[in-house]
Design a protein around this ligand. Structure first.
Ligand code: MN
Ligand code: MN
Ligand code: MN
Length: 297
């Protein structure tokens, strides 16, 4: 049985509909899927119905952005009650923060000579969450810059005219939101924050102190040695272990639904906290074993 406990739809920065993500997961042998869009649960209800039709199990999820020290870390909530008032208030808070930042960026760009930036970015975002990539796309569309990279280099990046610093809610706050919604708090992809191992351990310690439950010891294709190391960090702190693809877009084999190595036998799988027993996990990932040796491209 394959558990893929981290992926995205077009309700955040993925490109597929919830139905298409569920169908793709099913086709790739995933038995239990968690949809974890950034700061929204908009896809969960739709995905639940599709999963029921497809005969796979769906876990409601969300990936919150949070602040740890001077950096951002992502915390996944699994098994959250999507009707929880605490969760809905948290999502509202994140949306307002993002909107306030977008307004400030629009204001800065207007002063830099692009009065149509906010409206233009909003049009590009459509029903999705308005963010810096939309401002970058707008600047490209009107010919102000050659490409997205140049938009960040000239206007949106650190120290540039439209660089608006954003302070995410503290990691402790985000974990409290997830718990208030009855969910399990998972530290997402700890290897992707470009921390030294010492810093990563400090992050794991803070996560434990804040009441966190599990660490993603597998995020997409990664070397087996990295899985072992992250599992050591988890086990030393009695944290449960999670795994997922962090799928966003088809044809990125290092982040493909169901395609990642097996959770080692000495892991405490996070799905034990979600009502799935150990028996079901014994045959886990047998078909993706071969992928472990591929490593990260
Ligand atoms: Mn993303
Ligand atoms: Mn993330
Ligand atoms: Mn993600």
């Amino acid at each position: 049985m394959i558990f893929d406990l981290h992926c995205h739809t077009y309700f955040s920065d993925g490109i597929l509909s919830p139905e298409a993500v569920v169908a793709r997961a099913k086709a790739r042998g995933v038995a239990v899927l968690a949809i974890t869009d950034h700061d929204t649960i908009a896809a969960v209800g739709i995905a639940q119905k599709a999963a029921g039709d497809a005969g796979i199990s769906l876990i409601s999820g969300i990936e919150f952005s949070s602040q740890w020290g001077r950096g951002g870390v992502h915390i996944v909530g699994l098994g959250v009650d999507i009707h929880s008032p605490a969760l809905l208030a948290a999502i509202e808070f994140q949306e307002q923060s993002r909107n306030a930042r977008a307004l400030a960026i629009g204001d800065r760009l207007s002063k830099a000579g692009f009065p149509g930036a906010l409206a233009g970015a909003q049009a590009l975002a459509g029903s999705g969450t308005l963010g810096r990539p939309h401002f970058a796309q707008y600047l490209v569309a009107i010919g102000a810059v050659k490409n997205i990279n140049a938009a960040f280099k000239k206007y949106l990046g650190a120290g540039k005219p439209a660089d608006v610093k954003y302070q995410w809610p503290l990691m402790d706050q985000v974990i409290a939101w997830i718990h208030a919604a009855g969910g399990v708090a998972v530290l997402a992809h700890p290897a992707k924050y470009e921390l030294t191992r010492t810093k990563m351990c400090a992050l794991a310690d803070s996560f434990v102190a804040a009441g966190g439950d599990a660490i993603e010891v597998i995020s997409g294709l990664q070397p087996a040695a990295q899985t072992e190391d992250l599992l050591r960090i988890a086990n030393e702190r009695s944290l449960y272990a999670s795994c997922g693809s962090d799928f966003h877009i088809p044809d990125q084999p290092w982040q493909e639904l169901g395609s990642f190595g097996r959770l080692p036998a000495h892991a405490k799988p996070v799905w034990e906290l979600l009502g799935y027993n150990q028996q079901q996990s014994l045959t886990l990932f047998s078909q993706t074993d071969a992928l472990v040796s591929v490593g990260v491209p």
